[in-house]
Design a protein. Sequence first.
Lengths: 116, 114
Amino acid sequence: GAVVSQHPSRVICKSGTSVKIECRSLDFQATTMFWYRQFPKQSLMLMATSNEGSKATYEQGVEKDKFLINHASLTLSTLTVTSAHPEDSSFYICSAVEAVSNQPQHFGDGTRLSIL
Amino acid sequence: AQSVSQHNHHVILSEAASLELGCNYSYGGTVNLFWYVQYPGQHLQLLLKYFSGDPLVKGIKGFEAEFIKSKFSFNLRKPSVQWSDTAEYFCAVNALRNTDKLIFGTGTRLQVFP
């Protein structure tokens, strides 16, 4: 089946640090990838839609300068949390959709980000 | 705005009990519907999906869901749960006007005791 690899799985860093999270589709090409944020005991909230070769589309209330998304190839999208602060601590999850119609999203394992 | 409601936040069952998890959505147009499962320590996995056709959809591990358009519902069912079904279950809706964008419900935590 389709596999999405997300790295790193856990990051602990100091306030002010920038953190990059990678999302890779291992055995399929993904023209579209999604980045979600999940708070404890809450649902996944879509942050942005990442399209290969073009600018990401951010959801309302998500700061594009804070959460930089790059989708440079059909198998890789990155999310960079710039100048992270404790309120950015969360569980970040990516998903990818195959470049074929009517395909479900395949999810990565998520990244637990803790900002001290 | 589109939304997805899962009314059961936490469900506790004994093995062999029947399961039904509610999911309602608010969107008047054509939708694709999904149920995802997240086992402890694992990523989200697709249980089943509805795009069109027979509103009763069968998924993996004995799960099924019924799309009732008039009720804007897509409830998940399993006639006899197992301890290994302990997990978090998420309903999600894709409004076709928004391509692949998914709106998730808040999730239902299912605990099954032997």
